[in-house]
Ligand binder design. Sequence first.
Ligand code: NAI
Length: 340
Amino acid sequence: MSSPTLKVGIVGLGRLGQRHAINLAQRVPNAEVVAACSPMPAELDWAASTLGITTGYADYDALLAHPGLDAVFLVTPTSLHADQIIAALRAGKHVFCEKPLSLDLADCLKVEAEAARHPQLTIMIGFVRRFDASYHDAQQKIAQGMIGKPYLVRSQTCDQNDPSGAFMRFAPTSGGIFLDCSVHDIDLARWLLGNPVPKRVYASGTNAIHTGLQAFGDVDNGLATVEFSDGSMASFMASRTMAHGHETLTEVFGTGGRLAVGSNPRLNRVEISDAHGVRNECTPDFYARFADAFLIEAQEFTDAALGRRTLSLTLHDATEATRIGLAMTQAMREARPIEF
Ligand code: NAI
């Protein structure tokens, strides 16, 4: 590619899309946000007034036709991902898309097939934790043999309880707690264990606070165990009801040691000693924990699309994460082990 700058269209300016837009517009040196797309006029107004992105489209196809556009950054509801990716690839655009790739395995495979027809285009699904410095370091240490052969990952994504239950608006479309939250842990487990093939899944869950989730076949706390065909295992917990904050924790057990990332989900290095004891404040949400990683992720996508590096993860990784997440969801809903 000859252009030194990647001309990006940001699609979706909700909770996460605004964060990505700020990064791309202000912190990724070789990216330029040339247009925004959202069906909500207020979001396009935000992009214009906050970031100076004055070209806004309500219609996605109109954005794809924007002159000189190189890439799209999709931060839209998960139900739209597969179709929007395919349309972008057919229009010759590089694609970044938020996780999960899709809630439907057939759609994941359709996206893989379309991507195979456009090998010159970069396509990246945002498994942001791979770009966190601590996870990156842990993966390197495992690859160097520091803990021997890794055989068990225990990983959790636990969100602070939101008493207002605002997240309920995502319940009809999120695919449930395993596809929405654990999909990150699933991707980490595959990565840290060397991409083992799943064999069997067990799962269960409960609604500790947000009983309304039951109507969507969902839970506010879920547990799952995955057995892989090489004998390795992973166990996952996802929660929306933590009292103390957002806590992402991953342990990797190997024949020669154990690595843990995030054992203390502290907000910063300040230690408070007072009448309550000695403590740290906790990261309030996923963005506070992974802000740096979101930036590094956007930089890697931009550099890959500009032909300056290859991506460190594949589209098939995203298909596998959906495949395992779907099996976990089915195992919980049907209260039985699921074989692959
Ligand atoms: P949100 O509901 O806050 O934002 C969705 C945005 O998409 C809104 O701006 C909406 O106007 C826009 N939109 C809806 N239909 C559209 C269309 N047809 N064309 C263009 N834009 C459209 O949702 P949120 O929380 O920002 O999530 C978006 C995606 O990001 C989801 O896939 C979610 O799974 C993912 N996500 C990833 C996280 C991570 O840790 N990597 C964390 C949070 C969300």
